[in-house]
Design a protein around this ligand. Structure first.
Ligand code: ATP
Length: 436
């Protein structure tokens, strides 16, 4: 089909050869940006201590190619820019970070045959309206708004063709780029990203997770979780209630009130605690795009259950003990919990353990604060960052934490970052009280 692309996007490269070609071009741009000498060092894996220095123009070209590929490639860009402030140069982190917003949508010439394959030839009869321009495009799929023939307003998350099949080959091809970073061993991060991508590409599993989660949250005045519509869901399309709302971080703009900012941030903190202490089931993707806020109802909409993890009881009680210890400013008890949670081992050198405890104490400052903590007035993140950087330079963190235990840490960090973005006041001791 050679129809003009109505949605304006370029087709997602879907065959293996095609994807390899695009990745090859991104690598060529990377090579041009860092020069032959740098490339030889990287290919040998001896980037040593020097991080890759790219000109902003070269990085723009590389990210544009990565944004076009989407799938595994883009997800890695996002992951590296989120967790990798130490791994990437600041310019690279900033530009890779924009990958989150840059996703391109697939053109109609790719979308129409896909709908026909998933829903059958007369697929358009099943809808009263179908919005061909996606409401959002993400790393492995895009979201369309549609009204069914029987009047249901749906959000259809439609997976890009070929993305699922190409996860493994893309990840293998990306190993080359992984060497391009400070000579660090990124294999555990790659293995985790691969696992996460396979999980996120399984829309059947996501539909099940969404239903479970919706059952746990229920329908109330604070949260809304969309319901799954099985009759419009397939292996590559996840159909759910369309949820109205604005992206939660937009509340930072001056036209919104402090009341809404505080309410949204408190609710996000509340759901993080509910997930850990009540549901023992955590939605692990801390992306702000997974929360919408409804100004008229004051509810927070929870989206994207592609990476939902059960939390074993030992971890839940470990965190409970750690939080109790942090609130009581009891260093010995914090140490015990850090051991129990695997953040430190008994044979970890003393200075490293002390450094980690310092950082933990700093990061839990808002839990020892009486009354609402004003994230907008606090320079806590700057202090944590500076202290972390100093400790890193002193070599205090010789081991990266186990990626499988990183998700809870990321979740808390993501929630705190949102509180900071919204300049919100959050009374953490009050929110924690029922669980301690
Ligand atoms: N039920 C819904 N109602 C309204 N908008 C939705 C709905 N589901 C998703 N969206 C919109 O689509 C965006 C992407 O959705 P989602 O995060 O589920 O996709 P994704 O492919 O898992 O994205 P990524 O993995 O990049 O985070 C959301 O940020 C939201 O703007």
């Amino acid at each position: 089909m050679t129809q003009a692309p109505l949605t304006g996007g370029r087709a997602v490269p879907s065959t293996r050869v095609n994807r390899l070609w695009h990745l090859g071009r991104a690598t060529t741009d990377l090579a041009a940006g860092i020069g032959v000498r740098g490339l030889i060092d990287l290919a040998r894996g001896n980037g040593a201590s020097n991080s890759v220095q790219l000109s902003p123009a070269a990085l723009q070209r590389v990210t544009s190619r990565l944004a076009h590929m989407r799938g595994a490639v883009m997800k890695m860009g996002q992951l590296m820019s989120m967790d990798g402030s130490d791994v990437l140069t600041p310019e690279a982190a900033a530009i890779l970070g924009t990958l989150c917003d840059r996703a391109e949508s697939m053109p109609l010439s790719q979308l129409a045959p896909l709908l026909e394959t998933e829903y059958g030839k007369d697929w358009n009869r099943r809808f009263r309206r179908f919005g061909f321009t996606p409401v959002a495009a993400a790393s492995i799929g895009q979201v369309h708004r549609a009204e069914t023939a029987d009047g249901r307003h749906l959000a259809l998350k439609i997976q890009f063709p070929g993305v699922r099949e190409s996860i493994d080959s893309d990840m293998d091809n990306l190993v080359f780029i992984s060497r391009a970073i400070k000579g660090m061993d990124l294999q555990p991060m790659f293995a985790e990203a691969r696992r996460q991508l396979h999980q996120e590409a399984d829309y059947e599993a996501e539909a099940n997770a969404l239903e479970t989660y919706r059952g746990l949250v229920g329908e109330g005045a604070d949260f809304f979780v969309p319901d799954v519509h099985r009759d419009f869901s397939t292996g590559r399309i996840l159909a759910m209630d369309f949820a109205e709302g604005i992206a939660i971080d937009r509340l930072a703009a001056p036209e919104f009130t402090r009341h809404d900012r505080d309410r949204a941030a408190n609710l996000v903190m509340e759901i993080v605690l509910l997930e850990l202490f009540q549901f023992s089931l955590v939605q692990t993707d801390p992306n702000f795009g997974n929360f919408l806020y409804q100004i008229d109802t004051g509810r927070v909409v929870l989206l994207d259950f592609g990476s939902t993890h059960p939390v074993p009881p030992a971890i839940v009680s470990g965190y409970r003990d750690l939080i109790r210890a942090a609130m009581a400013d009891d260093r010995a008890a914090m140490y015990q919990s850090a051991i129990a949670l695997g953040f430190a081992r008994e044979d970890t050198p003393l200075e490293q353990t002390e450094a980690m405890l310092d950082l933990m104490r700093l990061s839990s400052e808002m839990m020892r604060h009486q009354g609402p903590y004003d994230f907008g007035a606090s320079d806590l993140f700057k202090r944590i960052y500076e202290r972390g950087r100093q400790l890193h330079e002193e070599g205090a963190f010789s081991q990266l934490p186990d990626p499988s235990s990183m998700f809870l840490y990321r979740k808390f960090l993501g929630a705190f970052m949102l509180c900071r973005r919204l300049r919100a006041r959050v009374d953490l001791p009050r929110l924690l009280e029922p669980y301690l």
